[in-house]
Write a protein that binds this ligand. Structure first.
Ligand code: PGA
Length: 258
């Protein structure tokens, strides 16, 4: 019952992959005009491919997301992208706090929290990523890490805004390694995340927040994650670059959730 209130998601994070030409070839091969049933399909390409994909998938249910943005709307921030610029291109979602942003580019949870808040104010829905490193997991600090990233990430939100939030639990050690978490491990952390969200925003809002798993998701393992009512979908890196594989992930998600 509860899961039916939350529309399942299959989201692709292309990271720094695909030129405009390559993105257009993907759009041609990906069945954007087919029905995805219940599943909300989101592709997050590099900024440079957003216009081409918005045009290619006009009149289709495929939604677009960005992979990052700044918390200010405009100004002297060389190299940054404003939420206004993303909305103008038809972006509906934005990934914030991805582990590569945190660990390679040094983004801090406080800054991510400002971005999450600005995104909502500009009608973009954030996909807030949280996840522990292998060192944190092995030293028993998984929940502590997740709690810190989560609570600072949502710190500035009201319950009404939080209802539209998407969280992606992505253990750092599972990203791009081919070693996905087990569905049981993912479930344990996702249950913890929902509990923390309930403490902060109350039961009604927390039951509406969609929580995804990410980290080496493939057509072969996706079903075992999304088959659980508490896991509302996946955020997919490598496998989302291939239209056939990503199409299978959407189909498996649809199958598990209906
Ligand atoms: P992966 O990446 O599916 O290639 O592990 C997931 C992500 O970083 O969002």
């Amino acid at each position: 019952m509860v899961s039916q209130m939350r529309v399942p998601i299959a989201a692709g994070n292309w990271k720094m992959n695909k030129t405009v030409k390559e993105a257009s070839a993907f759009a041609e091969a990906f069945p954007g005009d087919a029905s995805f049933g219940e599943v909300e399909v989101i592709i997050c390409p590099p900024f440079t491919a957003l216009v081409a994909l918005a045009n290619a998938w006009q009149q289709t249910p495929v939604k677009l997301g960005a992979q990052n943005m700044h918390w200010e709307l405009k100004g002297a921030f060389t190299g940054e992208i404003s939420p206004l610029m993303l909305s103008e291109l038809g972006c509906e979602y934005v990934i914030l706090g991805h582990s590569e942003r945190r660990h390679i580019f040094g983004e801090k949870s406080e800054a991510i929290g400002k971005k999450v808040h600005t995104a909502f104010c500009q009608n973009l829905k954030p996909i807030l990523c949280v996840g522990e490193t292998i060192e944190e997991r092995e030293s028993g600090k998984t929940k502590e890490t997740i709690k810190e990233q989560l609570l600072l990430g949502v710190e500035l939100l009201e319950s009404e805004q939080a209802k539209n939030l998407v969280i992606a639990y992505e253990p750092v050690w599972a990203i791009g390694t081919g070693k996905a978490a087990t569905p049981e491990d993912a479930l344990e952390v996702i249950t913890f995340i929902r509990e923390e969200l309930k403490n902060k925003f109350g039961e009604e809002a927390s039951e509406l927040i969609r929580i995804l798993y990410g980290g080496s998701v493939s057509p072969d393992n996706v079903y075992d994650f999304v088959n659980h009512p508490q896991i509302d979908g996946t955020l997919v890196g490598g496998a989302s670059l291939d239209p056939t594989k990503f199409g299978k992930i959407v189909v498996q998600t649809e199958k598990a959730k209906t």
